[in-house]
Design a binder for this molecule. Sequence first.
Ligand SMILES: Cc1cc2nc3c(=O)[nH]c(=O)nc-3n(C[C@H](O)[C@H](O)[C@H](O)COP(=O)(O)O)c2cc1C
Length: 180
Amino acid sequence: MEAKECILSRRSVRKFKDTPVDHDLLESIIEVSSYAPSWKHTQIVRYIAIEGELKDKIAKDCFAAWPRNGEITEKAPMLVALTVIKNRCAYERDGSFTTWRGDAWQMFDCGIACQTFALALHENGLGTVVLGIFDQDITSKYLEIPEDRELVALMAVGYPDETPNAPKRKPVSELLSYKA
Ligand SMILES: Cc1cc2nc3c(=O)[nH]c(=O)nc-3n(C[C@H](O)[C@H](O)[C@H](O)COP(=O)(O)O)c2cc1C
């Protein structure tokens, strides 16, 4: 699949077939995702693939603020948690921040990794949707996220059982400006 086709045809998928996600395939996709750029090549993003009872428990207990995300998770064969290792990205060796942006660069790196992962999934016929609305405290507890990590986002993953239309994009004239 050409890069342009992959980018344009990727959609957020919220309905999945029951077919499980093969672990060897997932690992090959994570390897591709590892080629995402990162701050000083710190590579702080870690993925947790969640299936079975734990996934169902998260679906039931962690989306009270947005129950639709719980339904998506319940039906998806896999949930992937994106986590970051804290206190590495955007820090100097003496512990100070490299830039005025503080540690916000770690979210930037996680976002790049997230889209790289989504595109690599799509290229392999798998669909995903980023789930930003979830209870961070309960989900982190269920996943036993250690103190030195932060849970950033959840992604439902599976074979698509829908072909959503692309939501309309803003025109380039609004997105891009030039200066000289
Ligand atoms: C950071 C982030 C958080 C999101 N959170 C949710 C969410 O909680 N639930 C959901 O159904 N979609 C969520 N989405 C998906 C967006 O709604 C979707 O990307 C957008 O509508 C554009 O559609 P497309 O991905 O098909 O191009 C999220 C996307 C991003 C990037």
